[in-house]
Design a protein around this ligand. Structure first.
Ligand code: KG4
Ligand code: ZN
Length: 343
C-alpha cells in the first residue's frame, strides 16, 4: 500500500511516501532559521511557515519517490499532540487531499509515531518493549505492548529534556536549536567534574502513582546558578565545557536508569529510544552500555528518523489503514493527547 505521510505538529513541515515497508521519500523542511532569533518556536510563525511549505514539500516527496498522486492509496497525518495551528495546517491539507483524490486518511498520534520510527530500520524490536520518547515537548516512558496498546510508566512533571537543552542554549546564547549545540560543546568537557543533585522523584516503582515520573526544572535552575557563579561568559571556556558535560551526564543517566528500572520491573529485555533527544551522543552511548551490561537489545533510529519526520507518521498510519481504520472529515487536531494514560 502506497501511503503519503504528513507531519506538521511543531516546527518541521514533512512529507513522506511509504510503499509497504519501503520508505521511498522523507522530505523535511525545517523552520529553525525563522525561530532562531527568538530562541524557541513561535506558534503563530510556525503555522504560517507550514502554510507556505506544505505544497512544495508534498510535491518534492512525490517527485523523489517517483510516485504520482493518483497512485497514493491512503494518507496518514499527525492529529495530536502539538501546536494547534501547526497541526491544523497538516490535517486540513490531508483532509482536502483525501477528498480530492478519493482515498482514505487516518490521523496519527505523534508520540505513537516516534515510538514506531525504529520499525523503518533494518533491525526492529518485537512487542512488547520499553519505549522512551525524548523530545522538545515530551519525556515519556512507555510499556509498548502492541500497536495501539500503551501503558505510560512515567512522564516529566515539568520541562521536557529537549526543552531544557534549548533553554540552557538560550541562556548561554550559543545558538538554536540548543540540543545539538550543547551536545557538541559537552563533548569537550569532563562529565564527572561538576556535581549535580538528582531529583528525588523518578526513582520509584510505576506501581506507586507518579513515582516513576521525571523532573528536570531543578537541574535547569542549577545550571543557571552555576553559570552565574562562573560569571559566564567571562570565564575560562574549559570550565563551562566541564559544566555542560556534567549536565549532559546527569540528565542522560537519569533517563538510562529509568529505562533499566522499567525493563527490570516489566521483565523485558529490549528497549527503544526515540524523539529529537535520541540523537544525543551521551544518551546513545549509555544506551549501548546498558544493553551490553544486561545482555539486552536496544533500538534507536538513525538521527533523521529520531527528530520530527513524516516517515514515522506514514508507518503508523499505513498499519492502521491496512487494518481498515478510517477517519472522517470531522477530525480536528488535539493539542494535548498523552498516550496510555491508564497507570
Ligand atoms: O522530536 P523533535 O524533533 O521535536 C519535538 O517533537 O519536540 O525534538 C526536538 C528536540 C529539541 O529540543 C532539540 O534541541 C533536541 O530535540 N535535540 C537534542 C539533540 N538533537 C536534537 N537534544 C540533545 N542532544 C541532541 N544531539
Ligand atoms: Zn516529535
Amino acid at each position: 500500500m502506497k501511503v503519503l505521510g504528513i507531519e506538521t505538529s511543531c516546527d518541521d513541515t514533512s512529507c513522506a511516501v511509504l510503499d509497504g515497508e519501503t520508505l521511498l521519500s522523507n522530505i523535511i523542511s525545517s523552520q529553525w532559521r525563522v525561530h532562531e532569533k527568538f530562541g524557541g518556536v513561535v506558534p503563530e510563525l510556525a503555522s504560517r511557515q507550514h502554510m507556505e511549505a506544505i505544497v512544495p514539500v508534498v510535491d518534492e516527496a512525490l517527485e523523489q519517490a517517483h510516485v504520482l498522486l493518483k497512485d497514493i492509496e491512503g494518507i496518514a497525518v499527525t492529529k495530536s499532540p502539538g501546536l494547534t495551528g501547526s497541526l491544523l495546517v497538516g490535517l486540513s491539507f490531508a483532509k482536502s487531499l483525501s477528498f480530492a483524490i478519493g482515498k482514505p486518511f487516518v490521523g496519527v498520534n505523534h508520540l505513537e509515531a516516534h515510538l514506531h520510527a525504529v520499525f523503518l530500520e533494518k533491525s526492529s524490536p518485537t512487542y512488547p518493549f520499553i519505549g522512551l520518547v525524548v523530545s522538545g515537548g515530551h519525556t515519556s516512558l512507555y510499556h509498548v505492548k502492541a500497536l495501539g496498546d500503551y501503558t505510560l510508566i512515567g512522564a516529566t512533571r515539568d520541562d521536557a529534556v529537549g526543552e531544557v537543552y534549548d533553554k540552557i542554549a538560550k541562556l548561554m546564547n550559543v545558538g538554536y536549536p540548543g540540543g545539538p549545540i550543547i551536545d557538541r560543546l559537552a563533548q569537550q568537557g569532563e562529565p564527572k567534574r561538576v556535581p549535580f543533585t538528582r531529583p528525588k522523584i523518578g526513582t520509584g516503582s510505576k506501581y506507586q502513582i507518579g513515582e516513576a515520573d521525571f523532573s528536570f526544572s531543578g537541574i535547569k535552575t542549577a545550571m543557571r546558578l552555576k553559570l552565574e557563579e562562573l560569571h559566564y561568559p567571562n570565564c575560562d571556556k574549559e570550565l563551562w565545557h566541564h559544566l555542560l558535560a556534567s549536565f549532559q551526564d546527569t540528565v542522560t543517566s537519569i533517563l538510562i536508569d529509568a529505562i533499566e528500572r522499567a525493563c527490570l520491573q516489566e521483565g523485558l529485555n529490549h528497549f527503544v529510544i526515540s524523539g529529537g533527544v535520541a540523537c544525543n551522543s551521551a544518551l546513545r552511548k549509555k544506551a549501548e552500555e546498558l544493553a551490553t551490561k544486561n545482555g539486552w537489545r536496544h533500538f534507536i533510529p538513525r538521527p533523521a528518523l529520531c527528530t520530527d519526520n513524516a516517515a514515522m507518521v506514514a508507518y503508523v498510519g499505513s498499519r492502521y489503514l491496512e487494518m481498515g481504520k478510517r477517519d472522517n472529515h470531522g477530525l480536528v487536531p488535539t493539542a494535548v493527547d498523552e498516550l496510555g494514560l491508564k497507570r
